[in-house]
Design a binder for this molecule. Structure first.
Ligand SMILES: Cc1cc2nc3c(=O)[nH]c(=O)nc-3n(C[C@H](O)[C@H](O)[C@H](O)COP(=O)(O)O)c2cc1C
Length: 176
């Protein structure tokens, strides 16, 4: 059966509190999604746990981005973006890029060691476990978010053996 991703008004719906409490039980890796707008030389970065692999051939990934965020705004101007899979040393990076009403991305990136992805120009975080560079192949509206399906232009393990940063029940965590 086909249903609209915008959801039906007739079905029951979990409250935001129920939704957050239940979904918060799922332990996730933490990523930084980044993009660069070549026209005005602007960067944006957003902490995200919604990143997932979708298809091997062709290589596709997905990330869910809040519709009115700065990241979504930039991703309407460029179809190139990157994802850095953060390690346990990146806890401060994750929390700073997740803050609403935060400092400008320019200042945040000035304080965060990074280099530019050759395929996207997007900032890649130094010491990340792995980096993935993407080109948007589909934007799928989904409630108050938009799902970005990305074709993977390049994927690289950049810190073999480094330990991941995790997020579980509202807190950053490390592997024991
Ligand atoms: C652990 C964690 C995971 C997050 N995952 C996502 C995500 O997958 N998608 C998303 O849109 N926002 C996610 N956020 C929230 C964004 O990081 C945050 O709202 C955004 O950086 C603020 O951007 P803005 O100032 O442009 O609105 C997450 C926040 C945290 C702390």
């Amino acid at each position: 059966m086909q249903t609209s991703p915008q959801s039906s008004t007739t079905s029951p719906a979990a409250t935001p509190e129920e939704f957050r409490a239940a979904l918060g039980q799922l332990a996730s890796g933490v990523t930084l999604v980044t993009a660069h707008d070549p026209e005005d030389e602007e960067d944006a970065g957003m902490t995200a746990t919604s990143f997932l692999s979708v298809s091997l051939e062709p290589p596709l990934v997905l990330v869910s981005v809040r519709e009115d965020s700065r990241m979504d705004e930039l991703l309407t101007r460029t179809d190139r973006w990157a994802v850095s899979l953060l390690g346990e040393t990146h806890r401060a990076v994750a929390s700073r890029f997740a803050m609403k009403g935060r400092l400008s991305d320019r200042l945040l990136f000035a304080d965060t060691p990074h280099h530019r992805g050759p395929h996207t120009g997007a900032p890649l975080i130094d010491g990340a476990l792995a980096t993935v560079e993407c080109r948007t192949v589909q934007r799928i509206p989904a409630g108050d978010h938009v799902l970005l399906l990305g074709h993977v232009l390049a994927a690289e393990v950049t810190a073999p053996g480094a330990r991941p940063l995790l997020y579980h029940r509202g807190s950053y965590r490390h592997l024991a």
